[in-house]
Design a binder for this molecule. Structure first.
Ligand SMILES: *Cc1c(COP(=O)(O)O)cnc(C)c1O
Length: 457
C-alpha cells in the first residue's frame, strides 16, 4: 500500500481494503481460557444451555476454534455506512505535551450510534433475524449499547426492548430518545415489567439500578418468549471477536505510514473495545512480528483487573447467567456513580481476564478527575470531545507520552477513541464547574461484594 505524505493527520483506509473476516484470538493462545459453567450443576455448559438466550450462529462463534470467521455480506453492507474508521495522528496533542512520542488514535465515534458498539450490534441483530428471532432484549448503562442495538435492529427489521440503568435513564434523556428514534422500547431498570424489578422498587422506589440488575431483567424477558433472544454488548468471546475489525484496520493503517506500535492502551469496561483494538496486535506479538506493551486502563472506582479477583462469578446481579471465570469485584458490587457509565461493570471479559493472568497484557486504574483533565487537553487540541469511557485511555496515553518526554524515547503509542461524548455534556459541565469529585473505594466494599461470589476455585 502506498505511503502517505509525511505530514498526514488522518490515515484513511479505502473501502476496498476493509477487512472481511473477524479474528479469533483463542486458537493462538498458549493456554485456553477456562470454560463457562452451568449455574445449577457447575458443569461446563454446552451450546444447548445457551440456546434460550442466543441464536445458534452466535453460540457457535462463542465456542469457535477457527482463527478467522467471514463477515457476512449483509453485515459488511451496514459496516460500510461508517467503516473503515479513520486513524488519526494526534499531532496537536503531541505538540501540547512537547513529547517525542508519536500518538495515534483509532476513532470509532464515526458510527451512527457514536461508539464502537455497532461493530457487534449489527452482526448480532443480523444472525438473530436470520434465525427468525423477532425481538431482542438488552440492558444499557450509559445508553451506548442500547442505542447501538436499536440502530442494528432497525437495519434488519426486528424489535428491540432495552432496560436502561435508572440513574442513566434519568440523567440521559437524549440517549433514550435516540433509541426511540430507531424504534426501540426503553424501560428504566429496575422496572415494573419484571417481578425482580418490582421487588427492588418495593424496597427502594428511587433505586439507581446497575448494569448487573438490568442484565437480569433483560435475560428474564428473553427466556420467557421463544421468539425473543438477548444480546450482550461486551464481555463475551463473540463480542470481542466482532470488535477485532478495529485492530485489523489499525494494523493496515499503521503499515500505510510505516509505523509499528510500542505501546497500546485501551479503556476496559467489559473489555470489548480493548480486545477489538489489541487482539490483532497480540497475534502479531505472539508470532514475534512486533513487541508492543499492551495496557488496560480501568476507572479507580471500578478496578476489576487491578483489585478484583480471578474467580468464577455470575455476569448479572440476580445470578441467572452461566458462571464465568473472570476478574470480578463480586456480582453484587455497585460502583460509585462515576460518569464513565460504560466502565461501571463488576466483571471483565473472561478472555481479557485470562490474558491478564497469563501476563500478556498489563493493567492500571485512573481516577476520573485526571481523565477529564486529559479529555479537556485532548478536545482543545484534537477537537473531538471524547466519551467519558475513553478519557481513561487518553489519560493513560498522556501519562505514557510524558514519560517519553522524561526519557527522550520516541515511542509509538496507539489507542482507541471508542466514542464521542456528545450525549455526556452534563459530565463535562460537572467537571468544568468544579463539582466533580474522585471517589475513595474502600477495600471493605470490595470484600463485602466478594463474599457473595460462589466458592468454586
Ligand atoms: C460501552 C462502552 C465502553 C465500555 O465497554 P467495553 O466493552 O469495555 O469497550 C467504553 N467506551 C464506550 C464509548 C462505550 O460505549
Amino acid at each position: 500500500m502506498a505511503n502517505q505524505a509525511d505530514n498526514y493527520t488522518k490515515i484513511i483506509l479505502p473501502e476496498s481494503e476493509m477487512p472481511t473476516q473477524w479474528y479469533n484470538l483463542i486458537p493462538d493462545l498458549p493456554t485456553p481460557p477456562p470454560p463457562p459453567l452451568h449455574p445449577g450443576t457447575h458443569e461446563p455448559i454446552g451450546p444447548d444451555d445457551l440456546a434460550p438466550l442466543f441464536p445458534m450462529a452466535i453460540i457457535m462463534q462463542e465456542v469457535s476454534q477457527d482463527s478467522y470467521i467471514d463477515i457476512p455480506g449483509e453485515v459488511l453492507d451496514v459496516y460500510r455506512l461508517w467503516r473503515p474508521s479513520p486513524l488519526f495522528r494526534a499531532r496537536r496533542l503531541e505538540k501540547l505535551l512537547d513529547t517525542p512520542a508519536k500518538i495515534f488514535y483509532k476513532y470509532e465515534g464515526v458510527s451512527p450510534a457514536g461508539s464502537h458498539k455497532p461493530n457487534t450490534s449489527v452482526p448480532q441483530a443480523y444472525y438473530n433475524a436470520q434465525e427468525g428471532v423477532t425481538k431482542l432484549t438488552t440492558e444499557t448503562g450509559a445508553g451506548q449499547w442500547g442505542s447501538a442495538l436499536s440502530f442494528a435492529a432497525a437495519q434488519y427489521g426486528i424489535e428491540c426492548e432495552v432496560w436502561q440503568v435508572a440513574a442513566s435513564y434519568r440523567q440521559k434523556p437524549y440517549r433514550k430518545a435516540m433509541m426511540e428514534v430507531w424504534g426501540a422500547t426503553v424501560h428504566p431498570s429496575p422496572s415494573e415489567v419484571t417481578e425482580y424489578g418490582r421487588g427492588l422498587l418495593a424496597e427502594d422506589p428511587d433505586h439507581p439500578g446497575s448494569l448487573g440488575i438490568a442484565i437480569s431483567e433483560a435475560v428474564m424477558m428473553a427466556v420467557e418468549d421463544p421468539n425473543t433472544r438477548y444480546a450482550l454488548g461486551s464481555v463475551l468471546n463473540h463480542v470481542l471477536m466482532h470488535q477485532t475489525i478495529i485492530g485489523e484496520e489499525a494494523l493496515k493503517q499503521l503499515a500505510m505510514v510505516g509505523e509499528t506500535p510500542d505501546v497500546l492502551v485501551g479503556c476496559t469496561g467489559g473489555g470489548s473495545n480493548f480486545g477489538g483494538l489489541s487482539f490483532p496486535f497480540l497475534r502479531e506479538k505472539l508470532a514475534g512480528r512486533m513487541n508492543p506493551t499492551i495496557r488496560c486502563v480501568e476507572p479507580a472506582a471500578c478496578p476489576t483487573l487491578t483489585k478484583g479477583e480471578y474467580r468464577y462469578d455470575f455476569g448479572d446481579t440476580a445470578g441467572l447467567t452461566p458462571l464465568v471465570k473472570m476478574h470480578t469485584l463480586g456480582h453484587s458490587f455497585i460502583p460509585d456513580p462515576i460518569h464513565a457509565g460504560g466502565l461501571r461493570y463488576h466483571g471483565m471479559a473472561p478472555l481479557v481476564s485470562h490474558i491478564y493472568e497469563e501476563g500478556l497484557v498489563e493493567a492500571i486504574s485512573i481516577p476520573q478527575m485526571e481523565c477529564f483533565d486529559a479529555a479537556i487537553k485532548f478536545a482543545r487540541t484534537e477537537g473531538i470531545v471524547p466519551a467519558p469511557e475513553p478519557t481513561h485511555a487518553i489519560a493513560a496515553t498522556i501519562r505514557e507520552a510524558l514519560a517519553c518526554k522524561e526519557s527522550g524515547e520516541e515511542k509509538v503509542i496507539l489507542t482507541a477513541l471508542c466514542g464521542h461524548g456528545h450525549f455526556d455534556m452534563a459530565a463535562y459541565d460537572h467537571y468544568l464547574s468544579g463539582e466533580m469529585v474522585d471517589y475513595d473505594l474502600a477495600d471493605t466494599k470490595i470484600a463485602e461484594a466478594m463474599a457473595t461470589v460462589p466458592n468454586l476455585d
